[in-house]
Design a protein around this ligand. Structure first.
Ligand SMILES: Cc1cc2nc3c(=O)[nH]c(=O)nc-3n(C[C@H](O)[C@H](O)[C@H](O)COP(=O)(O)O)c2cc1C
Length: 216
């Protein structure tokens, strides 16, 4: 298929599936998120737990990439990664982060903003040991975000670590674990026709969550 700017500009979709108005809103954004997430699973959204994670270095440069939601506890959403990766270094410098989910099958977007903190090591252990052995070894093998010479570098390290762990227990590397994002903002977006979408913003105040409708 030819890929001209005209083709790109002509890509267009009307959102007609659902409405989201004041009568549908739950007072607690955690419950609202859990309800929408459940509906995303029930609607067989492809990778419903894939979310964009944006971090920003102290020089103001934003960085965005996908990570997987692996839990949503009373504090907020949890994801796992390498603490020494670029994102880990950026969070160390500046723990303000943003997350966004896009569930096209439901014509929905959810945005979350908050601060990231490392979860307790025991919680990271619990998830680490639930992963397939190959993924556990992978966490040891990959110096995430560092430049490597070729793929063989990784394959050689897999063999090295497989040998090591045939002789000693396979423990979670200290540099690998979870972050929880403690939210101060949620936005729920439902696509509507003619670009007149429904948007609701939840902002955390001392007295509780303030809810406002935003223009699309
Ligand atoms: C669908 C999908 C899921 C991903 N899940 C994770 C994840 O849960 N944790 C992670 O560290 N990287 C995950 N990645 C890889 C990241 O997008 C990214 O490449 C990696 O974490 C390095 O990012 P950084 O160099 O900015 O730290 C995922 C990528 C995709 C496309």
């Amino acid at each position: 298929m030819e890929m001209s700017n005209e083709h790109i500009a002509a890509l267009r979709k009307e959102y007609l599936l659902k409405e989201f108005d004041e009568s549908h809103l739950l007072a607690d954004p955690y419950n609202q998120f859990k309800l929408w997430f459940k509906e995303a699973i029930e609607s067989e959204v492809n990778e419903p737990n894939a979310m964009m994670l944006a971090t920003a270095s102290t020089n103001g440069q934003p960085h965005a990439r996908i990570v997987l939601l692996k839990g949503f506890d009373h504090e907020g959403p949890v994801f796992f990664t390498n603490y020494q990766s670029d994102k880990g270094e950026q969070i160390k410098e500046n723990n303000k982060v943003a997350l966004s989910f896009f569930w096209p099958e439901l014509e929905r977007q959810v945005r979350i903003e908050g601060t990231a903190a490392q979860i307790h090591p025991e919680q990271s252990d619990e998830y680490f040991y639930s992963r397939p052995i190959g993924s556990q070894i992978g966490a040891h093998v990959s110096p995430q975000s560092k430049v490597i010479v070729n793929r063989m570098f990784l394959e050689d390290r897999v063999r090295e670590f497989e040998k090591l762990f045939s002789e000693q227990p396979l423990l979670r590397p200290e540099h690998w674990g979870g972050y929880v994002v403690k939210p101060h903002l949620f936005e729920f977006w439902q696509g509507r026709s003619s670009r007149l979408h429904d948007r609701f913003l939840f902002s955390r105040k001392d007295t509780g969550w303030q809810i406002e409708r935003l223009a699309p």
